[in-house]
Design a protein around this ligand. Sequence first.
Ligand SMILES: [Zn+2]
Length: 291
Amino acid sequence: MQTNNPLVLFPYWISVLLLLLTNQVTASVLPRAEPVPGGVALVALDGHSRKAPRVEYEGRRIMVLRDRERWVAVVGIGLGAKPGEHHINLLHEGGNSTYPFTVRDKAYETQHITISDKRKVNPNKLDLERIGRERKLIRAALDTWEQTPSVPLPLSLPVDGRLSSPYGLRRFFNEQPRKPHSGLDIAAPKGTPVRSAQSGQVVATGDYFFNGKTVFVNHGQGLVTMYCHLDSIAVEPGSRVERGEPIGTVGMTGRVTGPHLHWGVSLNRNMVDPSLLLPEPAPADKSTVRP
Ligand SMILES: [Zn+2]
């Protein structure tokens, strides 16, 4: 035997390499796990069924992806979730199985913003009626479920620009506490193309009081991306879009202090940290300032 001869081993390493490469092509790309409020939990499921099981969290269906030989539930955790034990339910013919997972605490930083249009901080009665109507439309768009065999991941950053506000900031507008920042802000000049973070279908577009001109793209299994404050919208509800395809341009419509994209990522209707679905964590959160 000449097993120490590298020339003999060469074909072996080639086949190992090929196996690794083909495995990478077929296996799902999973988001990074960060089981915190506003994060993502990955829960490995028992059983080897060929068909993806139906799994629910907070009564809502959640994403299930194939990771080599097993199924993994991908749980979008709400920013308001309480740290501690949470659980998901796997529904099957004989009943259901419960899988617990732990949500850790996370301290997000605080941000103070001054908005000159005071109505955008303290809306009048008519504004509040409009906001109420729009909230329902936005919820409906984020609630889209499509049972796709896989989900296109990872996502890509929709705009070339400076990350100006990270996800999760506890916000004060004109010194009044408001909802925490549920997306990622990317500052770029007005008119910069905004590109779909992955392939999908436009589920809704609109022009909203806070979010301004907005596009929602459905990627399947409860993953919906949202692009806000656009100057112009280039797609219509029902349009198919590919990853990187322009869907509009950066603007400053809605409640803003300057031109930027507010990018939201919704998993099972919870807005989660978009950077967990990017190939690498979003860079330089520490050095960023607000737009
Ligand atoms: Zn934002």
